[in-house]
Design a protein around this ligand. Structure first.
Ligand SMILES: [Zn+2]
Length: 382
């Protein structure tokens, strides 16, 4: 038994290459929220504040879409801006300032304009994932600045992203990585294959490596196909042209699985594979979380021991969570190392006895949300 505990402690120290908070962030990506956003953006259902979004090719449709996107980003506490770069073009931007390197920026992006009615896959799919990233990551602090960008006029020749990248270059802005998503929801042959287009420039390797690591360490059921250099026909190319690091995440259109409804009004949510879209969203959001580096994650375990007593650890059938400070617990959850939610417990006021008898032996995260803060601690089940 002693050797077994030593092994578990070893595993605890070395197995999880990405941070435990990234695991919980991946687990927070919500399929219902993604679907609701897809329905609103593609005009299949009205939004509460702006009604039904018309065709995102039209001036009116793009205007309503912008209002919806900006309101969403602002509701997550981000600084938002609509950049009117020319009479027909407006990018929507949300900024989350980094606490350690505020002048170094990671961009997660997608284009929101379209060529026809609906256009769910192209590109409500990528746009909804940018909003989901903002919803989740805005609750945390990161060392690097994150820009959530929704481009206009991609369909007219990458014009919105080109204007943004050129202005950034002129202002000497330090963009350290761009994750572009365009058409990430179609999987006609149901093989869960997706593509990462990485260009020819070695400066893109760090982005590819980080995405690969998160994919390998997680329990996502999607398979990547690296394309070198890949296509230049989406917004990442605006950044490639100015030697900013960028990669392009998309469905398997170089692997004989092209969306047959492309650029028609048949590009509907019903043609998409929602679980495929959900899993790619988790991967990209997890990758961004790692790249942008969560701030003071190393403090989390110290802080939790001031607020709670968690015992015994290692344990067998139960783990106790006792309050030492007067905080309001909103929920208690147990996650696997790869970020899968395994248990959710209704909090009691003072002492919470969490039944873990059904868990296999191993290392887990106990995550406690209070009204003001999130706490996380690893424990060992023998
Ligand atoms: Zn597109």
């Amino acid at each position: 038994m002693k050797n077994y505990i030593l092994l578990l402690v070893f595993l605890l120290t070395f197995t999880s290459l990405f941070s435990q908070t990234t695991s919980t962030i991946i687990a927070e990506v919500d399929s219902d929220t993604l679907l609701t956003t897809l329905e609103v953006l593609s005009g299949e259902k009205p939004s509460a504040s702006f009604g039904t979004i018309p065709n995102r090719k039209t001036t009116v449709g793009k205007g309503v879409t912008r209002s919806y996107l900006e309101q969403k980003l602002a509701s997550y506490g981000l600084d938002t801006e609509i950049i009117n770069y020319r009479s027909t073009g407006n990018n929507v931007i949300g900024v989350q300032k980094g606490v350690k390197y505020p002048d170094s920026t990671f961009i997660i992006c997608a284009h929101y304009d379209s060529v026809d009615d609906f256009c769910a896959d192209d590109n409500a799919s990528g746009t909804s994932t940018v909003l989901e990233a903002a919803r989740i990551l805005s609750k945390y602090k990161f060392e690097y600045t994150i820009v959530y960008a929704l481009w206009d006029e991609e369909e007219k020749g990458l014009i919105g992203s080109f204007n943004y990248a050129r202005t950034a270059k002129e202002n000497n802005e330090n963009i350290v990585g761009v994750l572009n998503m365009d058409m990430i929801g179609y999987d006609g042959n149901n093989d869960y294959l997706f593509e990462v287009h990485i260009g020819n420039n070695p400066i893109n390797a760090r982005l590819t490596d980080q995405l690969t690591q998160v994919l390998d360490e997680s329990d996502l059921d999607i398979e990547k196909s690296i394309q070198i250099p890949g296509t230049d026909r989406s917004d990442h190319n605006s950044f490639w042209n100015l030697d900013y690091p960028a990669i392009f995440i998309t469905e398997a259109f170089f692997n004989n699985d092209f969306n047959p409804t492309y650029h028609t009004s048949n590009d509907r949510i019903s043609v998409m594979s929602l679980d495929y879209h959900f899993q790619i969203s988790k991967l990209v959001i997890g990758t961004l979380s790692e790249l942008a580096v969560l701030s003071n994650t190393s403090d989390i375990e110290d802080v939790i021991d001031i607020v709670f007593e968690i015992y015994p650890n290692p344990t067998e059938d139960f783990i106790n969570l006792k309050k030492k400070k007067n905080v309001v617990i909103t929920d208690i959850k147990v996650f696997s190392l790869s970020g899968r939610e395994l248990l959710s417990v209704n909090p009691n006021s003072y002492l919470n006895i969490i039944d873990i008898a059904n868990l296999e032996s191993g290392v887990y995260f106990l995550v406690v949300n209070t009204s003001t803060k999130r706490f996380s601690k690893t424990f060992v089940k023998i």
